[in-house]
Write a protein that binds this ligand. Sequence first.
Ligand code: BTN
Length: 259
Amino acid sequence: MAIRWPAEAIWEVVSPLLPHFTVEVLPEIDSTNTELMRRARAGQLEPVLLVAERQNAGRGRMGRTWYSSTDGPPAAGVLPSLTFSLGLPLKPGDWSGLSLAVGLSVVESLHPALQLKWPNDVWLQERKLAGILIETASVGDVRYAVVGVGINIAPRDGQGLSTPPAALSEVLPDLDAPAALARVVPDLVRAIQRFEVQGFAPLRTAFHARDVFYGKTVQCSDGLTGVARGVDATGALLVQTENGLKKITSAEVSVRPAL
Ligand code: BTN
């Protein structure tokens, strides 16, 4: 059974905010991020929402592979996972904190129980529910941002995953992948446009309210250990160590609860 996507409803809400916006749904692609980056480099710089029912080469942060629970044929028109990318030209004064602003928008539009693991993993009860991958392409004097989001809708096998998975159905059993898309995308567009003008600073308190590590002892992949003290006005992670307060800005560093 074909999946019914709310493409038109999303287009109606978003196109007044983003002129020339289009929505595209594909049954299968390597990766929605890879595709929009390819298109941008080929000069296609219009705003677009690209949804894939299946990715066969999904990508995560730090060069990792993103395995969707859709890595098999969708059963009876129900998708256990939502994968999409939003591409748009963007010119914020300062790009730092964009990934945190995106994560915050995703959790706030979905459910109060969802939390953020710096910089932008979505967690539910100490397990990973969604991942976000942001990439940019510079073409002439335009910088095109590709914001990719993968959300586990239904419970999935955690084998081979570095963090045990959570599913949106645990807190929102009636929200399927198309409904989750309709709930997330318009808020996400507004959040990115607000970020473009205001930057991350006004979102700091809201981020702290969702920060899974706030006040906890954490261990960073660069060897640093200390107590997480939230983020600064640029979105850098603050860690109180024996040698003082350290700022972590590199998205290449991963953070875990200390054992
Ligand atoms: C991470 O947690 O490391 C980020 C995962 C991002 C996955 C999404 S799924 C849609 C988009 N296309 C991709 O190939 N990756 C992102």
